[in-house]
Design a binder for this molecule. Structure first.
Ligand code: HEC
Ligand code: HEC
Length: 331
C-alpha cells in the first residue's frame, strides 16, 4: 500500500470516528423534553398523526449514550493495540500470520513430541508397535488416501498397496525410498515396433500369463515377441523386475486393468506414472511410519469379493474397466 493510500485510509477512519463522536455529543446536548412539554413548547420531530399525536424529539437516554461512548473508546483502544488503522501494525505487534505461525509451531512441537517415542525404531519395529500404527493410519489418511484410496486398494493408475507383488518391491528400505523420493514408472509404447498383429499376440500372451485362456496361436506368437521386446524389463517369465519398476504380469493385480482391451492399450500406447516424493513434505520419521503402515497391509485373504475392479480377473472385469483416453497417469 502506497503512503498516500495508507494516509487516505487513516484519515477516513479517524474522520469517521470523530464524526460519530460529534453526532453523539450534538444529540446529547438537547434538553430532556419533559420540562419544555410542561411549558407547552415540546421539541417535536414535526411528524403529526391522527390530528394531534406528535412525536417528541427526545435525546438518547444517558445509559444508551454511554454505551456508544464506550464503544468508541473500545474502538480507539483496539486501533492502538491491533492492526486496524491503515498499515499501522498495532502496539502489540499481533498479526494473523503471526498467530497462525505460532499455532503451527505449537502443533509441530506437539507432533514431534508424539513422534519422539518412535525415533530410532526400524520400520519393522514400528510395524509391530500398535501406537505407531495408529499414528501411521492417520498419516496415511491425510497424505496417501486421496490417491491410493482410504482402504489402500488403489484405483486405475494408482497401485493397490495390498498387492502380493510390489512394482518396486516391498522391502522396508525400498518402501522408505518409494515414499521419500517418489517413483516414475515408464512403460514404453510398442505400437510401432510390434504392429497391430504383434500387439494382439503379445497381449494374448500377457493375458495368459495370469492363468487365463487365450487363443493358442496368438499366445505362441506372443511368447516369442515377449522374449524379444518385453523380457528385458518384465523378466523372461513375466514376473517383473522391481529395480526397473516393471510389474509382475503373472499375478491378479493390474494397475491399468487386466482385460485384454486394457492390456492392448498399455502395450500400444505405453504408460507413464508418477508417485510424488514425500520426504520434504513429511520428514523422515513420518515416511518411516508410512512405510511401516504399507508393510502391514497384506494381500487380501484371497476372496475375490474384497478385490477392486482393476484387480478382478479380466473375465469379470471387462465390463468394469474404464476406457482410458490419452495419458492415463491421473495427473
Ligand atoms: C498424487 C497421487 C499419489 C499420492 C498422494 C501418493 N501416491 Fe503412492 N503412488 C502413486 C502412483 C501413481 C504410483 C505408481 C507409480 C508408478 O507407477 O511408477 C504410486 C506408487 C506407490 C508405491 C509403490 C507401489 C509398488 O507397487 O511398488 C507405494 C509403496 C506408494 N505409492 C505409497 C504411497 C504412500 C505411503 C503415500 C502417502 C505418503 C502415497 N503413496 C501417496 C500416486 C500417489
Ligand atoms: C523399459 C522397460 C520395459 C519394457 C521393455 C516393457 N515394459 Fe511393460 N512396463 C514397464 C514399466 C516400468 C511398467 C510400469 C509403468 C508404471 O509405472 O505405470 C510397465 C507396465 C506394463 C503393463 C501394465 C501392468 C499393469 O499392472 O497394468 C503391461 C501390461 C506391460 N508393461 C506389458 C509389457 C509388454 C507386453 C512389453 C513388451 C512389448 C513391455 N511391457 C515392455 C517397463 C517395461
Amino acid at each position: 500500500m502506497s503512503g498516500f493510500w495508507n494516509g487516505w485510509i487513516v484519515v477516513l477512519t479517524l474522520a469517521n470516528v470523530a464524526g460519530a463522536l460529534w453526532l453523539l455529543w450534538a444529540t446529547s446536548r438537547r434538553e430532556p423534553n419533559d420540562a419544555r412539554a410542561e411549558q407547552g413548547d415540546p421539541d417535536t420531530t414535526g411528524h403529526t398523526w391522527d390530528g394531534d399525536l406528535k412525536e417528541y424529539n427526545n435525546p438518547l437516554p444517558r445509559w444508551w449514550l454511554w454505551l456508544f461512548y464506550g464503544s468508541v473508546a473500545f474502538g480507539v483502544g483496539y486501533m492502538v493495540l491491533f492492526p486496524a488503522l491503515g498499515s499501522f501494525g498495532g502496539a502489540l505487534g499481533w498479526s494473523q500470520a503471526g498467530q497462525w505461525q505460532a499455532q503451527t509451531l505449537e502443533a509441530e512441537r506437539r507432533a514431534n513430541e508424539q513422534f519422539a517415542k518412535f525415533a530410532g525404531k526400524s520400520v519393522v519395529e514400528l510395524q509391530r508397535d500398535p501406537d505407531a500404527m495408529r499414528v501411521a493410519r492417520n498419516l496415511y489418511a491425510n497424505n496417501c488416501a486421496m490417491c491410493h484410496g482410504s482402504d489402500a486398494r488403489g484405483a486405475k493408475g494408482f497401485p493397490n498397496l495390498h498387492a502380493t507383488n510390489f512394482q518396486y518391491g516391498k522391502e522396508p528400505d525400498t518402501l522408505v525410498a518409494t515414499i521419500a523420493l517418489g517413483r516414475q514408472g515408464v512403460m514404453p509404447a510398442w505400437a510401432d515396433a510390434l504392429g497391430a498383429q504383434g500387439v494382439e499376440e503379445v497381449a494374448s500372451y500377457v493375458y495368459s500369463l495370469s492363468g487365463r485362456k487365450a487363443p493358442a496361436d496368438l499366445v505362441a506368437g506372443g511368447q516369442a515377441k515377449f522374449g524379444m521386446f518385453c523380457a528385458s524389463c518384465h523378466g523372461a517369465d513375466g514376473t517383473g523386475m522391481p529395480v526397473l519398476g516393471a510389474p509382475n504380469l503373472t499375478d491378479q493385480y493390474w494397475t491399468y486393468g487386466g482385460s485384454i482391451e486394457a492390456i492392448k492399450e498399455t502395450i500400444t500406447a505405453g504408460r507413464q506414472n508418477q508417485m510424488p516424493a514425500h520426504l520434504d513434505l513429511l520428514g523422515e520419521q513420518r515416511v518411516k511410519l508410512l512405510a511401516a503402515y504399507v508393510l502391514s497391509l497384506g494381500p487380501p485373504a484371497a476372496e475375490p469379493a474384497t478385490q477392486t475392479a482393476q484387480n478382478v480377473p479380466a473375465a469379470d472385469a471387462a465390463a468394469a474397466v474404464v476406457p482410458v483416453t490419452g495419458d492415463a497417469s491421473g495427473h
